[in-house]
Structure formats: structure tokens, C-alpha cells
Design a protein around this ligand. Sequence first.
Ligand code: SF4
Ligand code: SF4
Length: 91
Amino acid sequence: MTYCLHCGDCCLRMPPPPLQVPCQHIVKDGDFYFCGCNDAKPQACKDHMRQFHFCPIGIEKLGLASMCETRQRIDTGWEKCKGLTASEAKP
Ligand code: SF4
Ligand code: SF4
């Protein structure tokens, strides 16, 4: 499993066709980016960088310098995900 750091880079710049650039399903909360169609997202999104434990794009883009910072980013992202309502999650 790859832990997404919610930097938004993949969804903003390289969503799989036929999705738009940036993807129309992005939900933004501050500098966190979430998928608004998590259960129905394309297989290409589910497979994104699954060979890594933590997404290396997010680590680079967010300047995460330690495992502690990375853990905090994941924990905050999970808390924000739980707070998304069904209507917020729609494109
Ligand atoms: S469908 Fe979701 S995971 Fe895929 S590019 Fe769009 S927002 Fe990102
Ligand atoms: S951390 Fe990686 S998988 Fe998550 S939004 Fe950023 S680029 Fe995409």
C-alpha cells in the first residue's frame, strides 16, 4: 500500500484519460488535496505508484524531511478525509 500525502500533484497534473487536467474530482482543503470519487476512481489512479510505501512525489513536493513529518502529514490527511461529507466529495 502507498500512503498518499495529499500534495495534489498527480491529480492536478497527470490524471489518467479521459479525466480533465486538472482532474474535475479534486477536493481541496488548504494545502491538502483529496479524491472526490474515491470508491469509483479509475484503476490507473488506484495503481498510482503502488510500489512505494510513501509517495515520493509528495515527499519531494512538500519538503518532508523526516519520518515524523511524514507521519504527521498522513495522520492529518486521514483526519481531514473522515471530515469530508458526501456532498463535498462530489466533483
Ligand atoms: S479520479 Fe481522484 S485520484 Fe484520480 S486523478 Fe481524479 S481526483 Fe485524483
Ligand atoms: S502524495 Fe503522491 S499520490 Fe498523493 S496527491 Fe501527491 S503525487 Fe498524488
